[in-house]
Every structure is written in structure tokens, then in C-alpha cells.
Design a protein around this ligand. Sequence first.
Ligand SMILES: [Zn+2]
Length: 181
Amino acid sequence: MGKPFQFCPMCAAPMLEKRFGVDTHPREVCSVCGYVHYVNPLPVVGTVPIWGDKVLLCRRAIEPRKGYWTLPAGFMETNETLREGAARETREESGAHIEVKDLLTLIDVPGASPSQVHFYYIAQLLDLDWQPGPETLEQRLFSEEEIDWDEISFTTVKTTLQHYFADRRAGRFLLHSYSLS
Ligand SMILES: [Zn+2]
């Protein structure tokens, strides 16, 4: 990935690349004040909101993949748990009332810049009284047969939905942990 900062966010001096002792990764370090800019993976949290044999999908109002259907998800915020983040993102994007259930997928995406780790929880919709947020053009429930897989936003979402429907057919839900490049 490219340099995250050309200049120090603390003192505006030029940043340099430096490797410290046994550290495995080179770091961006300020040439004057010594500030180190660590780049670490970002957790992405979301849900598979379910109602009977259907799942709630939201059509994205924003880039990337504007106009594609997706599950409610987004970057975890500081001072929240994974579950709280998944619930918050679902509220923000769909306005749906949910109860967060079990973790369904844990997906490493080491090739993203920076790397990401995605966590999708199954979530029971408590009612169908919802108000889509500004990041959502429209939303509705889909059965497995109604999904157009070419219209799904991301591989993380597609594989999560595939695991959900396969587990549903099998009559039990497991945690699926895998990696996508
Ligand atoms: Zn500095």
C-alpha cells in the first residue's frame, strides 16, 4: 500500500520509512518528533437480518458498489464490542429493529488496504417497521431464490449469504472462518 502520511500528523515534518529491531513490518516514522504511524487491520462488523426464510438486503446509496445489494455492515468504532458494532451498523443503514444472535462468518481480507477482518452475525428482525438510513437507497426481504448474485456488492457479503442459506437448509448454523484475498 502507498504511504499513509507524507507528513507527520503531529508536527508536519516529513515521514520516513524505518524498521525497528525485531519488528516484522517497516513503519512510517516522523523524521523530527519520532511519531510512529502504525497501520493495522480494520474490523468490519455486520449482520444477516432474517425474517422467516428471508434476509434483509439494502441497496447501497454510496460508493464503492453504489446500487448493489448488500448486508448492513461497516467499520467497527472504538469503545464498542463486535456485537454492538454489528447492531449499530444495522440500525444506521436499515433502521431495522433486531436481536443479534450467533456469529456466522469470520472473514480475513489480508489483501485490502489496509487489511480487514469481517464479522457477520445472524440477527433476528423483531418487526418490519424500518426506516432506511442515508447510505441505503431501498431495502427489502429476499428469499434465496430471489437473490440475483451478480447484483451483490462484495464477495464477503456473497459468501456470507451462501453460508447462511446452506446452513439453513442443513438445519444448523456453524461459524465459518475463511480468508478472501
Ligand atoms: Zn512529527
